[in-house]
Write a protein that binds this ligand. Sequence first.
Ligand SMILES: *Cc1c(COP(=O)(O)O)cnc(C)c1O
Length: 418
Amino acid sequence: MATLAATDRLAIAGGQPVAPGLICPPWPPTDEKTERRLVEIYRGRAWSFGGAAERAFAQNFANYHGAKHGIFMANGTVTLQVALLALGIKPGDEVIVPALTWLATAMAVRYAGAVPVFVDIDAQTLCVDPAAFEAAITPRTRAVIPVHLYGSMADLGRILPIARRRNLAVVEDCAHMQGGKWSGRGAGSWGDVGSFSFQQSKTVASGEGGICITSDDTLAERMYRAKHIGYAAATRQGQAASGPPEDLMCHNFRATEFQAAILDGQLENLATLIDRYNANASRLEARVAEVAHTGLRVQARGRAASPQGYYSFTMLADRGDIGEVPIDVLREAFAAEGLPVGGTYGTVYTHMLWNLPKTEYRIGGPCPVADGPATTRAILFLHYWLGADTATIDRIGDVIVKVAGRLDDVRGAAKQRV
Ligand SMILES: *Cc1c(COP(=O)(O)O)cnc(C)c1O
């Protein structure tokens, strides 16, 4: 452990920051090979409609995650919507989602005409609580969307058997879990469909974009048509040879060749990136363990997750001494030492942007964990920090140990605010 003088005051209380000038690795990554490929596509003038880059990337991404098919789309919200449409989810149906996730998980259910039903999360992983999921099932329930959130994976080992027994479809929301594996097989390949986002901040990113993976031929065909205004795969524009089934609502949710080329470049480095994220997360977990007596802890990794994708490194200051200090001042203390940190999304139904009337969603049972300190008292920073060199990771560790070790300074700074 780095030597920190016991007298070092926190920067928030007038001391010297322990990690001034910490540099976050730039995100998203760029490379010259991808740059050349983008110019080629530009000059080739075939920019969309199931082109070569899309076909290559969709197949490579599906293979990487252990699924047979990949259906590339405009973002990671319409991927969820298309998965539900392909599964035959209809108005009046209910789909169970965790209370803590990005709004998109629940909005996609509404876009499909169904009712999102929120259930509680597990206090260790922050992912859907399997018991709460099971308790919320009604005769109208048709599907569940476990979300692999931040730095953990939902407990597929418990969720899948419940879903199978109750005849429910499973759509894994893997927007945070590119490259992650559960019991040795890729995230997204365990449920009927796995949905991923490639939005700017995600661990594989093309500004916007998304993909569904599946090993079910019929679902793959339905999803392809649903995102491609009804066209089957490998059809040329204006030359449809067959139409979509009558029950399938089809949209234009296509993305472009440029996005596919950017993503295919990143996929080549994904295994290396994820290994680095896992190694650095372990290094930081050891530093958090040094101050475990304060109550600070790390969001538990998924039980059978290895390696794990990381959207963020997520700590929880929800118990013990550290559980008592004002969370906003605690976050400021981290920033003052040189590490800007944030919190969780908060529960979907309390989010500023959530505007569905109460008649259009349901809270499927008590949500004491999601409504409590595990959600409101997280301290997280996004994955690109986990791509930093060891020296930077160790300075981040110093920040964690220093702040948690000087909670009196946090309390003092809090008092001065009022
Ligand atoms: C980002 C995200 C999505 C949606 O992805 P977009 O590409 O932004 O539409 C869905 N679910 C979760 C958990 C996300 O974080």
